[in-house]
Design a protein around this ligand. Structure first.
Ligand code: DGI
Ligand code: FE
Ligand code: FE
Length: 196
């Protein structure tokens, strides 16, 4: 399926704002994919579909996860913002017939990240922070980081998320913490190499 068809599929599922965000993330994902050597076509597909379940109600999302036999951890049960990544990947696989594991994982892990993320997963994770309409405090800093390296931007992004979540005393998913540690340790290792 091509971009136009996917756009038509997500359009009725999303608010105007979320639809525009999805189109922008796809565009930014293609740019990053070309810059860093990921597959631009897969980046476009994953970008356009990454938030497909974002505006679907919690009950319907739970149904999708239940039907797939997914058992949520206690943290996940208490972090409904994480559900759209899980239900989204399932929906894209089961309802849209996308079987490309790389695309499905880029959707599945776009919110928390995870250790050992593939290039495509990194591209979508970062594009979600740097898409055109994003105007949070520090958005331009994130865009600058994304032009240095995907890893730099991931570290900035996950640091931002952890700061925000802990300030609001929200539960933090183990994958979010692990992504942070992974990126911090990698960045420390690089510093040592440079100094060495
Ligand atoms: O769907 P988007 O808004 O484009 O972006 P996203 O999928 O990265 O979702 C961001 C939201 O997810 C934001 O409100 C913070 C939340 N989030 C990310 N990681 C965690 C989390 N929420 C909890 N409780 N725990 C996490 O580890
Ligand atoms: Fe999302
Ligand atoms: Fe998003």
């Amino acid at each position: 399926m091509k971009r136009k068809e996917y756009q038509q599929i997500i359009r009725p599922l999303l608010s105007d704002h979320r639809y525009r965000h999805s189109v922008n993330v796809a565009k930014e994902a293609v740019r990053l994919a070309k810059r860093y050597g990921a597959d631009p076509e897969k980046a476009e597909t994953a970008g356009i579909l990454h938030d497909i379940m974002k505006d679907t109600g919690p009950a319907d999302q739970l149904k999708i996860m239940e039907r797939a036999g997914i058992v949520l951890t206690e943290v996940e049960q208490n972090a409904p913002k994480l559900w759209h990544a899980i239900s989204g990947a399932l929906y894209v696989e089961r309802e849209l017939g996308v079987h490309d594991r790389e695309i499905l994982d880029a959707i599945r892990y776009h919110t928390t990240g995870r250790v050992g993320m593939s290039l495509l997963e990194r591209v979508i994770f970062v594009a979600d922070f740097t898409s055109e309409e994003r105007d949070y405090n520090g958005a331009d800093g994130m865009r600058a980081a994304a032009n240095v390296s995907l890893e730099r931007a991931m570290l900035e992004g996950v640091t931002f998320t952890l700061r925000d979540l802990s300030a609001r005393q929200k539960p933090i998913h183990p994958d979010t913490l692990a992504t942070y540690n992974w990126m911090v340790l990698q960045s420390a290792g690089e510093k040592l190499k440079k100094e060495g």
